[in-house]
Design a binder for this molecule. Sequence first.
Ligand code: CP
Length: 310
Amino acid sequence: MKNFISIKDLTKEDMLKVLDTADRLLKEPNPHLLEGKIVASLFFEPSTRTRLSFTSAAYRTGAKVLGFESPDATSLKKGETLRDTIKMVEAYSDVIVMRHKIEGAARFAAAVSKHPIINAGDGANEHPSQTLLDLFTIRQQIGRLENIKIAFVGDLKYGRTVHSLARALILFSPEFYFVAPDSIQIPDYILKELDNLNIKYHICSEYDSILSEIDVLYMTRIQKERFDDVEEYNKVSGIYKIKREDIEGKCKDHMIILHPLPRVDEIDIDVDESKHALYFKQAANGVPVREAMYAIALATSQIDGNKENL
Ligand code: CP
């Protein structure tokens, strides 16, 4: 676990180690854990939650942060390559958090860098830190990860959070409901992975009829920026809009609604007052989970002096 590139690189034990470490750091904050360390925060794509919670996690554990929130003010504008950018940044930092629009960019950076790379999202591919905080929230609220029935709703084609979370839950005997229009349904390569492992799943176009079955309703935004053709986006834009009256009394008492955020119009703000709405708590959980990721990435690469704190 030097790098966090794809959720597929992690074993069940690796994931549980992150969640247990996050649990411990939430209960017993350690503002000295990463003292003297520098985090490089490289965001080639926009972000609110991921960038700020990685930054907050660094400050809360005693690390310092440098980096950029957009490539516009960097030498990439002069034609510098990603490879050279990473070689420079590794000289200035101890761990690199990177979001990039190209699928595989984080894997490439890890091959170039001698320091740990944490993938903060690579195109439509993966978002492992989001998955770990999703798992953390599910376990915190439902009390287990095993045998969860979860419905993913919305943009399942481009939704990297869905791809990563589905791949993680495979290790915990889940049952999946994929709710989306055909044009943005879950990719076939994910379904093949589920078929090979005999994971039970359902392809659906609406969620009303399954609300009483599920433990988790995982809503997602339809990602306009990933569509090549705006007409295709217009056909599916606004297709799912959940309101409070759609869920109250129609789902299990413990059912939780998650969303990686940002939302557009798929969850009415009325739902925020429902006991089922967990998406803001989910976003807040990003801080202890990302503290744990730093601690583990750095402990396995270089800061042996802090290992006893994990
Ligand atoms: N969930 C998430 O990745 O949000 P941001 O794009 O704001 O980082």
